[in-house]
Write a protein that binds this ligand. Structure first.
Ligand code: ZN
Length: 479
């Protein structure tokens, strides 16, 4: 006779493994509604949840304002009473154990003002819809290997970041996080599947005539920069990538797990194409640096200056290297970033401004860019060009830096242990603190002159630069 403990383990193991599955139905007559039928297990508290964070600022009123007709049945098919505990928390009378769930979600996220923007929530066009997983899917206990099947209008297909079971129709998400922290698109969009094998690691979806007209350019751009960053980090992007770009009414972009979602706020032409390219490359860089070990005291939010700053900094360096930008373009851009940083700098430091990055946009994005550049120049010039910020990026992705509880202090220590150069002074004064970075001096070490004229900043090649500084600039582009 087995001991009690063995019996408990035995009975635990004998619970039938019911993998969650979701079926999403969209009718041609009403694209702004998605019906979900799911089989899943509630949380240990007997609840179903709809309260994942929407970007950083959350969605006004919560996701549940759009849910309709929620019904639940137990394993025997008997109706289960659903009680709303608080916004986004539904308690079931059935307790734990798998249930069947049915509900509809109205797609109105792009019709109400929200800080994260529809690119990170959900949107609809006449021929395509985009849903973030967290906007649509109720979650229960964490699950793995989740099947998602789509029933769509006849000419439609779905493009998702999940493993492809039947192209355009059936997919498997690795786990609950992969299901919820992602987005998918369904409709008559342009789709490109890149990479080896039937389960293409990189997927591109373009919606709207303007976006689709640039499909060749977008595909080529993504392929090229995935290669450049893969070489920088010495490793391909982790997991899968879905890039969605759609015609919209504003320029915006966000990353949800392995989904990059962009809205194009105007027609693509000679003056707006560079913006699309910049956002695409910036977001592609996040495939690597979003996985840095942001933890520590001021980890995730306090390091937004670094995640956003390095994404833009490496974008500019790689665009110069690829010939997508000329040297003159880059110098002009440097001047703009410096001017925005000086304009935004007040009493708030970059670390302290992280939690409110959307309302301190220029401090975090332009400040983060300039700070990344300042650290890179300091490391290069003081190590006689034996090291650069690249070494630190590699360490954070796949070296000893990956094991850190990364905050500003640990970042400084990592730079020192990786490159032998202490940048503590710069970090303390001007990143943790709110003093101005000494940019005139730093830029000179890169062979550049920085001239400040009121709110304007002019960056030019310095004709009096010494040989080392001129060589440093010549090697600055990422190729
Ligand atoms: Zn970003």
């Amino acid at each position: 006779m087995p001991s009690l403990r063995a019996a408990i383990i035995l009975s635990f193991l004998c619970v039938p493994a019911v993998a969650d599955d979701y079926r999403v139905t969209i009718e041609a007559s009403n694209l702004r509604s998605a019906r979900v039928e799911a089989r899943l297990s509630p949380t240990l508290d007997g609840e179903l949840l709809l309260l994942r964070n929407a970007a950083d600022s959350g969605i006004e009123g919560g996701w549940e304002r759009f849910i309709e007709g929620l019904e639940v049945w137990d394993a025997e098919g008997a109706p289960v009473v659903v009680e709303t505990v608080e916004a986004g928390r539904f308690r079931l009378s059935s307790g734990p154990g798998p249930v069947r769930v049915s509900y509809s979600m109205r797609l109105e996220h792009d019709q109400v003002p929200n800080l994260p923007g529809a690119d990170e929530l959900a949107w609809a066009r006449s021929d395509t819809v985009l849903w973030s997983g967290r906007a649509l899917f109720l979650e229960g206990a964490p699950a793995t290997d989740i099947e998602v099947t789509f029933a769509l209008p006849a000419s439609w297909r779905a493009t998702t970041p999940w493993r492809i079971v039947e192209p355009g129709r059936k997919f498997r998400a690795e786990d609950t996080d992969a299901l919820l922290d992602s987005a998918w698109i369904a409709g008559e969009h342009f789709e490109a599947l890149l990479g080896e094998g039937p389960d293409a690691p990189v997927r591109i979806a373009l919606a709207g005539p303007s976006a689709i007209s640039q499909s060749a350019l977008v595909v080529a751009t993504v392929e090229r920069y995935l290669g450049v960053f893969g070489e920088l980090f010495g490793a391909p992007a982790e997991g899968r990538l879905l890039l969605v770009a759609a015609d919209g009414s504003f320029w915006g972009g966000g990353v949800m797990g392995t989904t990059i979602s962009m809205l194009l706020g105007g027609p693509l032409n000679a003056s707006t194409l560079p913006t699309l390219r910049f956002i695409t490359v910036h977001e592609a860089f996040h495939l690597w640096n979003a996985n840095f070990p942001y933890r520590g005291r001021d980890g995730t939010e306090g390091l937004y200056w670094m995640s956003e700053g390095t994404a833009s900094y490496y974008t500019l360096r790689s665009q110069l290297g690829a010939g997508d930008l000329t040297q003159q373009d880059v110098l002009g851009r440097l001047g703009e970033e410096v001017a925005k940083y000086f304009e935004a700098l007040g009493d708030l430091s970059m670390v302290d401004g992280g939690p409110t990055k959307l309302t301190n946009y220029d401090l975090i994005y332009s400040g983060g860019f300039v700070a990344s550049m300042a650290l890179d120049i300091a490391i290069r010039s003081r190590s006689e060009d034996r090291h650069s910020l690249d070494d630190v990026m590699r360490s954070l992705h796949s070296g000893p830096g990956r094991e850190l509880e990364l905050d500003a202090t640990a970042f400084g220590e990592l730079i020192e242990s990786t490159t032998g150069i202490s940048v503590r002074g710069l970090l303390d004064c001007c990143i943790v603190g709110a003093k101005r970075l000494p940019l005139v001096d730093l830029f000179a070490r890169l062979g550049l002159s920085l001239r400040l004229d009121g709110a304007e900043a002019q960056v030019e090649l310095d004709p009096r630069a010494d040989a080392a500084a001129a060589r440093r600039w010549a090697g600055w582009a990422l190729r």
